[in-house]
Design a protein around this ligand. Sequence first.
Ligand code: CP3
Length: 340
Amino acid sequence: MDNNLLIQALKGSPVERPPVWIMRQAGRYLPDFMKLKEKYDFFTRCRTPELATEITLMPIDQIGVDAAIIFSDILVVLQAMNIEVEMRDGIGPYLPSPIKDKASLEQSILPDVHEHLGYVFETVKMIKNELKEQVPLIGFAGAPWTLLCYAVQGQGSKNFDRAKAFCYQHPELANEFLQKITTTTIAYLREKVKAGVDVIQLFDSWGGLLTPKDYQVFSWPYIQQIIDALSGTVPVIVFGKGCWFALKEMSKSGAAALGIDWTCSARNARYLSGGQITLQGNFDPSKLLLPIPEIKIQVKQMINEFGKDRYIVNLGHGILPNIPVDHAKAFVDAVKEYQS
Ligand code: CP3
């Protein structure tokens, strides 16, 4: 691999400077992405290996990040399970028939991942071929809890109240569903690894909506199962937004790195995670709207706070659609210019 910084940081090896990539880097802030969006709907972009490859490579060429992440979505796993998902303009994900009871849960299937998600594995192979070992490729999946949030709520939400009420009222059904998602996700990620991804990231975007106790019932055990199932294959990064309370447990899970959002300081994150594991994060995405010189100052400060080793520079959540491309590039450049 020409640029091995991400792999080095995930191993905990010392590096000249930390690696940098951006959550949701293959997306809506890129003008070239918006041009493709006019021609092809969202899931067509995901399902067409040539298009998904082209989008995946955009941020490598245009902003110079140290890793690629496959253009796809966490919700393709629900589709494979026979749960319909649409992507609606102005709304985001929309599920016409959400899971609400035993009968609707029984409509969902444990899919053959080759049959239903083969297009993703084909995309991985195409990207690996085009990347020519420039940078590592990150594959990903949603945490089972975060997928349940969409499958039950039926669309995005500030609090996912219906999803939470379903879990509290029907914990057995909820756990049955979570296990079904977990089993599917493990099969899916194992095939992604076989197809060639170098790293896996699990997104638990809504883990922080649960109490620490409920997190241990409805989210963490399933993430742990996935980590265990991938053990000995590729490094796994776990990003639990708002999950600072679980960092201690996460640090002992076998994950190679933990993602941190901007509400947790570097010092607290190091303390809570025991000081040994690699951390990833946590620039406030809205700070990319600051003037470029200010972005650069604050990125340098952030690296000093986390320390250059056992650290991966990233945002604390996905990049916002209104970020100018040169600001995203300044974020990356600030890391490349870093000297301790
Ligand atoms: O990181 C990357 O750039 C790779 C591609 C990627 C997408 N979604 C493409 C996408 C990744 C890693 C995701 C993960 C994802 N999808 C998450 C977890 C990360 C997070 O941000 O919390 C979640 C919760 C989803 C579900 C989802 N997909 C939502 C809520 C939306 C609508 C709002 C939004 O973020 O844009 C999507 C649509 C989506 N997924 C778009 C993209 C580029 C925009 C829609 C479009 O292009 O038509």
